[in-house]
Design a binder for this molecule. Structure first.
Ligand SMILES: [Zn+2]
Ligand SMILES: [Zn+2]
Length: 421
């Protein structure tokens, strides 16, 4: 065995957006990027015909570990990430117990070490996500938390939210807001045609937009940053656009399902089309896409939320959420790049560059000296989404049966191949 070659990886003939090049990785970093690189003893990947991009940074993932490992665990969640070209994930804290103390952060970091995927824990805003008492942000940040969120639940109290933004900022971090005004929400799908037809309680756009407006005003008046999770409604896009125009330090994400699916899917009474916020109308889909295009929405993240088939078998009582790590790149290539809404370069700004910047982590760039986190993919190769083929423990994908463009061929993290198709 040649020990020297163990940490030298040479990617030959890949396409880096508009140019061909080779990428040489050594000791986990990118050492050289140019044409015709030769490196003695290097492991070689022939990437002819493949595109290279910075490994995806998915800033909104539910790994379900600790506590609900029958849905997913850190190892299967990271395997799903690797299969989707994702090299960094931020893990939401609504586990059992809630990630509101340094011990759980330590557990997540430790268990994810062997996976090759960089897992960055997000800590809760309030203890037990009970919406009452703020966590100790300083010690959580020191333990490795990259952001704070009570995701799954809103922070109801505006004063508490503002205090959280202050403390997060002081700790050098941000709050991610799951916008949902509980007094307006409480339904199971979008409030509209579908909820009328199915005679079930709906969740109106206002439930999301009202709280996004609150966060926008808190950000404007305090000068502090806030990040809006999973934008689904046209009014929320408007609120964020206006707040940015006025100088608020507000950033926002949407998810692949909000750019290609609408409430009509729920008419099948299949709970794999139920998530929170819900699939909205075609008009909302158009507004979200417009928001991505004009820079109102900075990030595409999956809100990967695994649930078992058994849990998803009862349409009305099923928990909210869908898996997404393994299909996000392909959905975005199919629905954003193919129709000419975003270029591949712009797509990776939303999927890799911007989330890394917002979280303040070293990822999202393909440059000499940067971490060798790379996804190699074929944007022209089509595949059929088959739930059974997913690496995730749960198969609750709303993209099942769809034929998508954009197949991940290799995922490289720290200069090592962690997935090969
Ligand atoms: Zn949420
Ligand atoms: Zn979530």
């Amino acid at each position: 065995m040649n020990t020297e070659s163990a940490d030298l990886l040479l990617i030959k003939n890949c396409r880096l957006f508009d140019k061909e090049c080779d990428i040489l990785c050594s000791n986990g970093y990118i050492r050289e990027m140019s044409q015709g690189i030769n490196a003695k003893g290097a492991t070689i990947i022939d990437a002819s015909g493949l595109y290279a991009a910075p490994g995806i940074v998915d800033m909104h993932v539910h790994l379900r570990d600790p506590g609900q490992t029958y849905k997913e665990d850190i190892l299967t969640g990271c395997a799903a990430a690797a299969a989707g070209g994702v090299t960094s994930i931020a893990a939401m804290p609504n586990t059992v117990p809630v990630c509101d103390n340094p011990e759980i952060i330590e557990y997540v970091k430790e268990k994810s070490k062997s996976t090759g995927v960089h897992v960055y824990p997000i800590a809760a805003v309030t203890k037990g996500q009970n919406g009452q008492e703020l966590c100790d942000f300083e010690s959580l940040k020191n333990a490795g938390a990259v952001a704070f969120s009570d995701d799954g639940k809103p922070v109801e109290n505006a004063g508490l939210m503002l205090e959280a933004m202050k403390r997060a900022h002081k700790a050098g971090s941000i709050v991610i807001s799951h916008c949902e005004d509980s007094s307006l929400a409480g339904g199971i799908i979008n409030e509209g045609e579908a909820s009328k037809k199915l005679n079930v309680k709906g969740i109106p756009n206002s439930a999301e937009a009202v709280q996004a407006a609150r966060e926008a005003i808190l950000s404007l008046t305090s000068g502090l940053p806030v990040h809006i999770a999973h934008v689904s409604a046209a009014e929320t896009v408007e609120v964020i656009r206006e707040a940015k125009k006025r100088g608020a330090k507000i950033t926002a994400e949407t998810c692949p399902h909000y750019i290609c699916l609408d409430e009509s899917k729920t008419l099948t009474r299949d709970a794999d089309f139920r998530m929170n916020p819900p699939l909205r109308t075609k008009k909302d889909v158009e507004a979200v896409i417009k928001g991505l295009r004009d820079g109102t929405i900075d990030v595409i993240a999956t809100d990967h939320a695994p649930h078992t088939s058994f849990e998803k078998s009862d349409f009305e009582n099923a928990p909210n959420g869908v898996v997404g790590l393994e299909t996000s790149l392909a959905v975005c290539i199919t629905y954003l790049v193919k129709p000419g809404i975003l270029t591949l370069k712009e797509l990776f700004e939303k999927m890799s560059v911007n989330p890394a910047k917002i979280l303040g982590i070293k990822a999202g760039t393909l440059a000499i000296g940067a971490k060798a986190d790379v996804v190699l993919f074929d944007p022209e190769e089509k595949f059929l989404v088959l739930p059974i083929k997913l690496h995730s423990k749960s198969h609750n994908t709303p993209f099942k049966g769809m034929t998508l463009y954009g197949r991940v061929k290799y995922t490289i993290s720290d200069g090592k191949v962690i997935y090969k198709a």
